[in-house]
Design a protein around this ligand. Structure first.
Ligand SMILES: NC(=O)c1ccc[n+]([C@@H]2O[C@H](COP(=O)([O-])OP(=O)(O)OC[C@H]3O[C@@H](n4cnc5c(N)ncnc54)[C@H](OP(=O)(O)O)[C@@H]3O)[C@@H](O)[C@H]2O)c1
Length: 259
């Protein structure tokens, strides 16, 4: 199996650049999809308290036979739980059947007055070893600067919507300058997979337009976490390591941006 590229999040933590998204997967379907994803080679699972599938993720991981340390697990603090960080993380750890998560994210920015206190609590719980690293989701660069100003610590990751139509060079550059790794979500849902630029490039490489979109994220150093409940797609979405895009192809996809 080809090695999954990783992003260095500091402190010895490495984020596998292709992960499995689990939003809208629940019950048996969540269990079976995550099981299949782990069989297909994914070593990074993205869940959240809000998704209500942490328990299914833990069962799939247990039954996979993989060691806990082989799989990178992300979960997230729901918007309504600002001020209840410790209790919420403890519940996630119980549901996930683990002593630590690899990445804990603030799912959405809390109200302005809570933004720095929540982040301080995240850093404290990380320092206790309950999360190997911490980050945010759906934050603007200005909100990230608020965190850095308040604590001196930038989030390791910002998980935001990302796709060719949402490509934003400034956000990419400004995140990089602050040492924040971008993780793109809803990469496929937000893309016209029938666009001639994507179908043309896909044909040239003998892959699908979805694989081109996922590979384009990697070419930009952006982690990507596609979700599917269909085994063939779960496998295909992971199979993006055996081809690469030329700089010209990447630039043509960048120009699909509607920003
Ligand atoms: N932090 C946040 O606020 C936030 C918000 C949204 C999402 N996320 C995370 O990001 C993950 C991915 O985002 P997402 O689930 O919104 O969207 P996505 O992964 O872009 O798209 C999922 C949709 O695309 C379909 N699909 C999957 N593979 C495909 C393929 N190869 N070809 C064509 N269609 C395909 C899926 O259908 P089938 O299942 O039928 O294949 C599903 O309808 C989520 O699962 C979640 O973990 C985070």
């Amino acid at each position: 199996m080809t090695d999954i590229p990783v992003a260095d999040l500091g402190g010895g933590v490495e984020l596998p650049m292709v992960g499995f998204g689990t939003w809208q997967l629940s019950g048996r379907q969540a269990y079976e999809s995550v099981r299949y994803a782990l069989q297909a080679g994914y070593r990074h699972i993205d869940t959240a308290t809000m998704y209500r599938n942490e328990y299914e993720v833990s069962r799939a991981l247990r039954d996979s036979g993989l060691d806990r340390g082989e799989v990178f697990i992300t979960t997230k603090l729901p918007p309504g739980k600002a001020g209840q960080e410790r209790k919420t993380l403890a519940a996630s750890l119980r549901a996930l059947g683990t002593r630590y998560v690899d990445l804990w994210l603030v799912h959405w920015p809390p109200p302005a007055r809570a933004i720095a206190p929540v982040w301080r609590e995240f850093l404290a719980l990380r320092d206790e070893g309950l999360a190997r690293t911490v980050g945010v989701s759906n934050y603007s660069i200005a909100q990230i600067d608020t965190l850095i100003k308040a604590t001196g610590a930038a989030p390791a990751v910002n998980q935001i919507p990302w796709s060719p139509a949402q490509y934003d060079e400034a956000v990419l550059e400004e995140s990089r300058e602050r040492g924040v790794t971008l993780e793109g979500y809803s990469p496929l849902k937000s893309t016209d997979l029938g666009h001639p630029v994507l179908t043309g490039i896909a044909e040239k490489h003998g892959v699908t337009p979805a694989q081109v979109v996922l590979r384009w994220h990697l070419e930009h150093g952006i982690a990507v976490i596609p979700k599917s409940e269909r085994p063939a797609r779960i496998a295909a979405n992971f199979d993006v390591l055996s081809f690469s895009l030329t700089p010209d192809e990447v630039a043509r996809i960048d120009r699909l941006s509607r920003r």
